[in-house]
Design a protein around this ligand. Structure first.
Ligand SMILES: Nc1ncnc2c1ncn2[C@@H]1O[C@H](COP(=O)(O)OP(=O)(O)OP(=O)(O)O)[C@@H](O)[C@H]1O
Ligand SMILES: [Mg+2]
Length: 311
């Protein structure tokens, strides 16, 4: 038995002249939460649609739960759940109506269907909303219904495409608790996100840009190479600080965050703090070494991809 839920080689999708997904090699282990992190248009949804068997690749191979796509798409349908980026349930059906309809699509026998619907209504806080039209739910309620719908048939593998984009921070936390519960019960999960805090929660993470895989690892390991390379500067004259630092080839990037400038140094610099201090020694300023974040990793690896290097 394969321990991989998903394996792709050279997965590519073109739309006319545009290569939306560009030779992706993915290996996603069963029983893990795997994240896709990347900017708008980098190919997250296109990849997910190919992995669900809804879109045919232009090139490459896909193995999902031991089945080959797109050939075995029908056999996989009942083993995967897909929460689309845009709410895709019936707005003019009630919460209960949507779940009943889906139970039929998934061919759940009557007794199982009733039992699962009761269970997800309670687990996803939808009991009191069961008679409400899906179209009149709030953003967070819609998202709970969409997740309940995606797991109704107890799939082995769940695809979640930016599931929390319309959700406040507290509900996002609850949502992630649900994902960890599902994962503990053995469900493999692939989730796309723009949120760094969500990306940090994944067991492994793929950073995508322009359809390409720029980096792939456990979040902690992605942070490691940046340790000792981020310096925060606080100064009265931030514009001068910024323009001076930006000219230096040792400075990978600098970005203002509130009253501070966050500076990422290139790997060759021996002592990042001393380096920045020396270059600003004539100015009134304070600087300190800080821990890297996934946002820094993102800047590092995606800039690398744009200039052709990876570092
Ligand atoms: N059916 C299509 N026809 C033509 N181009 C498409 C089609 N679907 C996607 N694209 C293009 O492919 C690229 C990748 O789109 P995709 O939706 O996969 O990005 P994404 O990473 O999901 O972005 P977002 O974060 O905005 O959801 C985009 O440039 C998009 O315009
Ligand atoms: Mg998308």
């Amino acid at each position: 038995m394969s321990v991989l839920a998903i394996q792709t080689r050279g997965l590519t999708r073109r739309f006319g002249a545009l290569t939306a997904v560009d030779h992706l090699d993915l290996q996603i282990e069963k029983g893990t939460i795997y994240g896709f992190l990347g900017p708008n248009g980098c190919g997250k949804s296109t990849t997910i649609r190919m992995l669900c068997g809804l879109l045919t690749p232009s090139e490459g191979t896909i193995d999902v739960l031991g089945q080959t796509l797109p050939q075995d798409a029908e056999a996989l349908r009942l083993r995967i759940g897909y929460m689309t980026q845009k709410f895709s349930l019936y707005e003019d059906l009630s919460v209960l109506g949507n779940l009943r309809f889906l139970a039929q699509l998934y061919n759940l026998p009557g007794a199982v269907s009733r039992q699962r619907i009761t269970q997800v209504l309670s687990e996803y806080g939808l009991d009191k909303l069961r008679a409400q039209l899906a179209g009149s739910l709030s953003g967070g309620q819609k998202q709970r219904l969409a997740l309940a719908a995606a797991v109704l048939h107890e799939p082995d593998l769940l695809f979640l495409d930016e599931p929390t984009s319309a959700v406040d921070p507290e509900n996002r936390r609850h949502f992630w608790e649900k994902l960890f519960d599902l994962c503990d019960q053995g469900t493999s999960i692939l989730v796309s996100t723009h949120y760094m805090d969500e990306a940090e929660r994944c067991h492994r993470l793929a950073i995508l840009e322009a359809g390409k895989l720029c980096a792939e690892d456990e979040p902690k390991k992605l942070l490691q190479p940046l340790t000792g390379r981020i310096v925060e500067v606080e100064a009265d004259d931030m514009r001068t600080v910024k323009s001076r630092l930006q000219k230096l080839e040792q400075v990978r990037s600098s970005a203002q965050q509130g009253i501070r400038l966050r500076v990422l140094l290139n790997p060759g610099v021996q002592d990042s703090l001393e380096f920045v201090k020396n270059h600003l020694s004539d100015l009134q300023m304070h600087c300190q070494l800080v821990n890297p974040s996934l946002e820094d990793v993102f800047v590092q690896v995606t800039r690398g991809a744009r200039s052709g290097g990876r570092q």
